[in-house]
Design a protein around this ligand. Sequence first.
Ligand code: F6P
Length: 547
Amino acid sequence: MSYRPESDLVNQRPAWAALLADYEGLRGTALRELFATDPTRVERLTFDACGIVADLSKHRITPETISDLVALAEQSGLRAHIDAMFAGEHINTSEDRAVLHVALRAPTDEVITTDGVNVVPEVHEVLDRMSSFATAIRSGTWRGHTGRTISAVVNIGIGGSDLGPVMAYEALRFYSDRSLTMRFVSNVDSTDFVEATHDLDPESTLFIISSKTFTTLETMTNAHSARQWLLDSIGDDAAVARHFVAVSTNAEEVARFGIDTDNMFGFWDWVGGRYSMDSAIGLSTMIAIGPDNFREMLRGFHDMDEHFRTTPFDRNLPVLMGLLAVWYRNFFECQTMAVLPYSQYLKRFPAYLQQLTMESNGKHVTLEGADVEVDTGAVYWGEPGTNGQHSFYQLLHQGTTMVPVDFIGFAQTNNPLGDHHDILMSNVFAQAQALAFGRTAAEIEAEGVPASVVPHKVMPGNRPSTVLLSQLLTPYRLGTLVALYEHSVFTQGAIWGIDSFDQWGVELGKKLAQAIIPELTSSAEPTLSHDASTNSLINRYRAMKHR
Ligand code: F6P
């Protein structure tokens, strides 16, 4: 493969050795010292991409570390890897697929080709159909089976067919049509469906069944329950056509379910589930915020794509963020990374990022199938500030584990109210400051704190963070933020030489569950041939259910 470096593993590249030396030099160096010795540090380590200012100065790096990380990216073939993605090569090798989510936000005049086909016209054809449909729902032109306008939209999907739509709806709720009730059902736990629909009127409810494959157990189970819920009330099979639409790549299964394929919005196998919120999977988002705002979001995605594709690595924000993730994972051996948005609207952003980062980079073999030999993807987690401060920040400040943090904040709020926003943002700056610089025993003693309490109050500091600051959370800004993380994930995967676009690890559990379902439901005693623990749990479950 042309875009892969010549055979070596990441830890055999010359820059790896240089980074090990950097790490040895920096592991005992305090951020206080790095700030004191370089007055230009903040200026040299602050970057700007599409209106996002990123302060990387509170990282345990020097500008020389950045040079060595960039050298690692170059030696890992990152440039060729990026070019291969944009050229539509099948860089998802284990599934033999192109990876072209960047085409989903390409303007009409761009040409992005895979397998000899320019995919951009198809993308815009679907976007135009989505726009017409979203407008028909929002204007009341599209009516339910009994003539009522649609007032509630329920997206049924899971994983990438849920997390992106929920996150985007919550993030952009300010821009949404408040007369529409938006709900999201993902869990096969019946509670999810029942609670989401308990106050809805079937005659004015639209279901969007979102599933790339249209075979996912959870989604199909919920979709069948939704159809039954509708028919129990309306009692006419013909109602399905006015109350169900599908988003999928699998027209055959959509038709088999009973949804007219005229009411299907397609996408392509080169869109990974966790990279699909800006495809037709975003139909619920478009209905909520309107086609114009949706296209603004796509413009944000595209601008970040261009930044990623064209900016030299030493100023390329997604590349730098990806390299920092590698730096902490492989040299400082950090196991987790926290993403802490100081915006209530971004409350589902960490959950969205968990699938994006962990399903992409939780891999143990290289593209060639060899043991990767170094640690790969970290555990990502987070909650919106300031809530997290009163929960888990204690460990971030004084625990024994170093957790690199991304703070996300905005200069303005959509909802000005007294001095709330200044208070909110003062906490971003204060938390990043406290993590980086801490408080020494001497500083605490100087305040007259009793000697026995001093050690408890010491804040070790030296805990790294990025602050991402931009003007206001808008559809455009959300697009840039999501693309920033997508390309950071890409960068990490390219350095480690893994396939960031497959997800074989989720298959085994699905297969085993399929085998266990009949063993739980059969009236006759099943012959169990699992391990002893699984057999025992199945038997106890059956006994509790009196089967
Ligand atoms: O859990 C694995 C997975 O394949 C995800 O990658 C995907 O986003 C999700 O299931 C849902 O898949 P589908 O859209 O095909 O229902």
